[in-house]
Design a protein around this ligand. Structure first.
Ligand code: R5P
Length: 151
């Protein structure tokens, strides 16, 4: 997959993330502190990575900041993006399965190397649920992208 990665800090875990994605065979495009000369502010680089998912330049994105909160908030402001802040593998699996999340948000503070591996394993193994209720929920969220609240 084509995966956009952003981080507001040049932390070891962010570099490990990029390396791990490449090792898994993904094509990675970096933003923020991971790209020399790029704006490292979380509101800017998270949006840039998320926008590539929305416009189809990337299949998915991983957005990082110290807590993961700002990165997830900024990414979720981009229509078409469903960003999930995941602090464990179960949450990452659920984000793909129930929420059809297309952007993974990570905390640079909390995500240890082993946890990163577990989260990525779960994220990439997870498939969106075919359950009608699950699909309906995702469709409702998609409507919000267009300012609508009713199916
Ligand atoms: O949600 C915000 C992020 O956790 C930032 O990474 C955090 O605000 C730290 O940024 P700074 O070191 O620039 O204050």
């Amino acid at each position: 997959m084509r995966i956009s990665v952003s981080s507001d800090m040049d932390e070891p875990v962010a570099r490990s993330l990029v390396a791990a994605l490449r090792e898994r065979g993904h094509e990675v495009r970096t933003h923020g502190a991971l790209r020399p000369g790029d704006d490292p502010q979380w509101a800017v680089c998270s949006e840039a990575a998320a926008r590539e998912v929305a416009d189809g330049t990337a299949d998915q994105a991983v957005v990082c900041c110290w807590t993961g909160t700002g990165a997830s908030i900024a990414a979720n402001k981009v229509p078409g993006v469903r960003a999930a802040l995941c602090t464990d593998a179960y949450t990452a699996d659920g984000a793909r399965r129930w929420n059809d999340a297309n952007v993974l948000a990570l905390s640079l503070r909390l995500t240890s190397q082993p946890l990163l591996t577990e989260i990525l394993d779960a994220w990439f193994a997870g498939e969106p649920s075919a359950d009608a209720e699950d699909r309906q929920n995702v469709d409702r969220v998609r409507l919000l992208d267009h300012g609508k609240t009713r199916m």
